[in-house]
Design a protein around this ligand. Structure first.
Ligand SMILES: Cc1cc2nc3c(=O)[nH]c(=O)nc-3n(C[C@H](O)[C@H](O)[C@H](O)COP(=O)(O)OP(=O)(O)OC[C@H]3O[C@@H](n4cnc5c(N)ncnc54)[C@H](O)[C@@H]3O)c2cc1C
Length: 387
């Protein structure tokens, strides 16, 4: 058992931390409040090679794995810049295209994903289906060599920043019964694809959208993979990277909040000469949150290691557990930090309450805590499926 990062991974962690601190949470919040994107940070991270760490070198990436991408996600979040699109574009889209796309799709999309000049977002959630992906209603039907896509998607992150959206649909002849998904790489400016921005109570420069697909015509080579059989494995291949990187983002956010609060409580004095942090009623909740975050980090490390070793089934269990643990730990850490900061905790200046919405959403998306508990109950504890 090895808990040490390699020298390269350590160096990556230090370098990403430095980049994150150069921008910081103030930058992240200012962009969010101005309705702008973190374009400068994204492009600089791309130029430095951090967005493509998990993409093969032949496509301009770093040739690493999800361990490296999780480091990037965690360290940017730990600097107060939790970038959800890291989870969507390099973690999900790049993995799906790299593992299951055609040669042509890899050549066309991976270099842009690696240097950050291109973003591909991911659309699976639908208003009617929700957590039950088997009910997906977005349908793809053949029209000559082309495909026509129709349906609705909701909560789709980053559509306004992306050149393409990876749409999960079902084919017409598989409209009922067990889901046989097909994935399509659809330009965000395709005719018939409309979007409307959702008002979310999350302070974030990244937005969520409703998508309406009305006979969106895409060519045959928009289908991910050589045939429809690629759909299910392609969809599943995105899940572990998504869970592991979103967990890393949660752990980084938890670290950030605890650090902000600890700095404050170590110096704030309202009872004579002693800091408020010397009172266990203040320090213990922070220490407890720090323990939860560290436990989540351990599980993230395990899940990423298993995934990069090609042990997908075990990585699935650890990745789900890591996502659950990090989601809970991040929410606890931010809430505890707000409390320890007192009134300052609710100010924009101290930069902690600004994360309340994001960490709350982290217990729901991309997979809810309840669906993970269902998964663990069924696949680890051998219980009958409850739904
Ligand atoms: C900030 C944010 C960003 C997002 N980005 C994207 C994106 O980029 N792409 C995308 O495709 N989706 C995205 N989503 C959607 C997200 O993945 C879904 O919100 C999530 O999967 C839950 O689906 P739902 O909202 O329809 O909840 P529902 O399925 O309606 O569930 C509502 C509640 O019931 C619980 N529940 C449902 N079924 C069961 C059951 N069988 N047992 C126990 N409890 C159950 C759920 O856990 C949840 O708490 C995003 C969501 C958010 C909040």
């Amino acid at each position: 058992m090895n808990f040490d990062l390699t020298l390269e991974q350590d160096q990556l962690r230090d370098a990403v931390r430095a980049l994150g601190r150069k921008y910081g949470h103030g930058y992240f919040v200012a962009k969010a409040k101005a309705g702008e994107h973190t374009t400068e940070l994204w492009h600089e991270a791309g130029r430095l090679g951090y967005l493509g760490v998990n993409i093969p070198t032949e496509y301009g990436g770093g040739g690493g794995g999800i361990t490296e991408l999780a480091i990037v996600c965690e360290e940017l979040a730990a600097a107060g810049c939790p970038l959800l699109l890291l989870v969507v574009s390099p973690a999900i889209a790049a993995t799906v295209i790299n593992k299951h796309g055609t040669d042509e799709q890899r050549k066309r999309h991976l270099p842009g994903l690696a240097d950050g000049s291109q973003k591909i977002v991911f659309a699976i959630t639908e208003p009617e289906a929700g957590s039950n992906f088997h009910r997906l209603g977005t349908v793809a039907r053949r029209d000559g060599d082309d495909w026509l896509l129709s349906g609705r998607k909701c909560y789709i992150s980053g559509v306004d920043e992306a050149g393409h959206v990876l749409v999960v649909a079902r084919t017409e002849d598989a409209a009922t019964g067990k889901l046989k998904p097909a994935l399509f790489i659809v330009p965000t400016d395709a005719r018939g694809l409309e979007r409307s921005k959702l008002d979310m109570e999350i302070v974030s420069p990244e937005n969520q959208f409703l998508l309406y697909l009305d006979d969106v015509r895409v060519p045959a080579d928009a289908l991910v993979g050589e045939s429809l059989d690629a759909g299910l494995p392609a969809l599943f291949s995105g899940l572990n990277p998504e869970r592991i990187t979103v967990a890393a983002m949660g752990a980084g956010t938890g670290r950030y909040a605890i650090e902000r609060a600890s700095e404050y409580t170590a110096t704030r004095k309202v009872w004579g000469g002693r800091s408020i942090g010397s009172h266990q009623g203040v320090a213990h909740p922070l220490a407890h949150a720090a323990v939860q975050v560290e436990l989540a980090r351990l599980m993230i490390h395990k899940a990423a290691t298993l995934y990069d070793a090609g042990r997908d089934l075990e990585a699935g269990i650890s990745g789900n557990m890591a996502k659950y643990a990090a989601g809970e730990a991040a929410a606890l850490a931010v809430d505890t930090a707000v409390q320890a900061l007192g009134g300052a905790g609710m100010t924009t200046e101290y930069g902690v309450a600004t994360l309340l919405g994001a960490v709350r959403a982290g217990r729901i998306a991309p997979v809810s805590r309840e669906m993970i508990l269902n998964f663990v109950a069924q696949h680890v504890l051998g219980q009958d499926k409850s739904y």
